[in-house]
Design a protein around this ligand. Structure first.
Ligand code: TEU
Ligand code: CA
Length: 551
């Protein structure tokens, strides 16, 4: 277990719609990805995780699947997929697919059948309640509005935690579970190397569906009554028969629960994503805010997970994904004078912790939020629903909501990958499905590849270092100065060596509480020369190695 290959892997998430468009229709595709495999290999990527590429009406950009065994024509064909997979393998990399089995699209054949009559063989694949003059309870969908939708042919309501077009599957039904396991084997037999499991912590719903004081379904559906039984069954029926990696997306879980999903002895998943460090800004309107993450809370949260999973499970290290704003904008500073330095600082701060490294496309270039200023620029269903609900009901005014969207909308992460300084950042020769960010002339792969001092090369060197470093992989973690408001610092210790990671998360000069902490051999820094006198410049990072003298 201790030398499982995925522990040392660098995983790169591709959001296919926004990565690279090969045929000028404005939508990224599989052949586009194929053209960029060497770029990824040179960055040091071991595993590519593809967000969904399956057939879908795109109510939620592919997280609403209408056929689990078909490729969306926007992305290409099954031949394109097979070719991509073999080219990934030919470069010594692996491919992980997104598995979205909490729900399907309402256009999936199962739902098309299920909704027709109560005695249809597929009816029980979904979650239904009779109509007693309205929905069965007061739960709200995570994407706004009621979590129940009326279905006239059966005079019932169906549950959808996400959009109306994403009905939740009924995991109590063993036939449904069998179908899912068969589908997973079908992809694994094709040679894919694992799954990232979408909202897997939500698949088990309680039998009773009580009203909630806040209309919040989370307390009933997160870590539902049978979720671990289902995952152990999936492990036994599918996962244990292949040399693969699995990572579960688990919004709302605690360290103790994570150990159940991903404990080394549990026969469930290899790793889980929690969102505690990305949710510290949540407030009265949920994720919609312009608040900054308080640094002490960020440090304590990450330290808690470092220590909490040590020896029993394994951390996922990530700042961003396709649902999160850009890391530089959220945790660093995206002003031109700080973008480059804060991107490098965030890179060292995160990836020198213990865990598997996840890089979201464009993070390695220091891509930022695009700074959208009007509703017409947004595409995301969650964003548009939230705008209409919060502004429509008068809870927030337009200006405030647009400001919040610019900070937290998922579309911040979904703008085109910035390949060049040319038209549309080199993403497409056509009209992109979503506008590119503003700063692609500075932050683009073509320029950064030629500049040895770029964010890209900092990522490349640091990822290469972590892969061969026992101290990064296994060293003990100690957070320094937890209450300091500017400095995020920690130590890793292993076999007489100490790695110190000292980061200034602010625009101000910051003094280390112990100036001597910066002593040692400097391995990484983002200023030339680095300030080793105990005073860090804005967004400075210094990584040093100290070896105890041999006795
Ligand atoms: O996300 C689940 C999830 O927790 C998000 O809805 C999250 O609450 C929100 O995006 C924060 O803004 C997964 C996928 O990653 C997401 O893209 C899908 O929309 C969602 O599941 C439904 O499949
Ligand atoms: Ca295309």
């Amino acid at each position: 277990m201790n030398d499982a290959w995925w522990k040392n892997a660098v995983i790169y998430q591709i959001y296919p719609r926004s990565f690279c468009d090969s045929n000028a229709d404005g939508i990224g595709d599989l052949r586009g990805i194929l053209q960029r495999l060497d770029y990824l290999r040179e960055l040091g990527v071991d595993v590519i995780w593809l967000s969904p590429i399956y057939a879908s009406p795109n109510a939620d950009n592919g997280y609403d699947i209408s056929d689990y065994r078909a490729i969306h024509p926007d992305f290409g064909t099954m031949q394109d997929f097979d070719c991509l997979l073999s080219q990934i393998h030919a470069r010594g990399m692996k491919l992980v697919m997104d598995l979205v089995v909490n729900h399907t699209s309402d256009e999936h054949i199962w739902f098309q059948q299920a909704r027709q009559s109560k005695d249809n063989p597929y009816h029980d694949y979904y979650i239904w309640r009779d109509n007693h003059g309205g929905p069965p309870n007061n739960w709200n969908s995570w994407f706004g509005g009621p979590a129940w939708e009326y279905n006239p042919p059966t005079d019932e309501y169906y549950l959808h935690i996400f959009a109306k077009k994403q009905p939740d599957l009924n995991w109590r039904n063993p036939r449904l579970r069998r179908e899912i396991y068969d589908m997973m084997c079908w992809w694994l037999n094709k040679g894919v190397d694992g799954f990232r499991m979408d909202v897997i912590s939500l698949i088990s719903k309680p039998k009773a569906l009580p009203d909630d004081p806040n209309g919040d379904l989370s307390p009933y559906c997160i870590n539902g009554p049978h979720v671990h039984e289902y995952l152990q069954e999936m492990h036994e029926q599918v996962l244990c028969h292949y040399d693969i990696m699995t990572v579960g997306e688990c919004p709302g879980i605690t360290v103790e629960e994570a150990k159940k999903y991903a404990g080394a002895d549990r026969h469930e998943l290899n790793m889980v994503f929690h969102f505690e460090h990305t949710s510290l800004t949540d407030g009265p309107y949920g994720k919609w805010t312009n608040a900054r993450t308080p640094l002490p809370a960020l440090k304590k949260t990450l330290a808690k997970w470092q220590q909490g999973l040590r020896g029993t499970a394994w951390n996922c290290l990530f700042w961003g994904n396709h649902d999160q704003p850009r890391a530089v904008s959220k945790f660093g500073c995206d002003l031109p004078e700080y973008r480059d330095r804060s991107a490098k600082m965030l890179c060292a701060c995160l990836y020198l912790m213990q865990g598997t490294a996840y890089v979201y496309q464009g993070e390695e270039l220091g891509m930022t939020n695009p700074g959208f200023f009007s509703l017409e620029q947004y595409r995301d269903v969650e964003t548009l629903n939230a705008y209409h609900n919060l502004v429509g009901s008068g809870v927030l005014d337009k200006r405030t909501m647009l400001e919040y969207l610019a900070c937290t909308s998922r579309d911040n992460a979904r703008t085109p990958m910035q390949w060049t300084a040319g038209a549309c950042a080199g993403f497409t020769a056509g009209d992109p499905w979503i506008s590119p960010g503003r700063n692609f002339r500075a932050a683009n792969a073509e320029r950064e590849l030629t500049d040895n001092d770029s964010v890209y090369h900092f990522y490349r060197r640091l990822l290469a270092f972590r892969k061969q470093s026992p101290i990064v992989r296994d060293g003990e973690f100690t957070l320094l100065w937890p209450e300091d408001e500017r400095i995020f610092a920690y130590r890793r210790a292993y076999q007489g060596q100490t790695l110190s990671v000292l980061c200034n998360f602010s625009k101000e000069i910051a003094s280390l509480p112990e100036p001597a902490a910066a002593r040692g051999e400097v391995l990484f820094s983002n200023y030339t020369p680095p300030h080793t006198d105990g005073v860090l410049a804005p967004f400075e990072v210094i990584v040093t190695l100290q070896s105890s003298a041999p006795s």
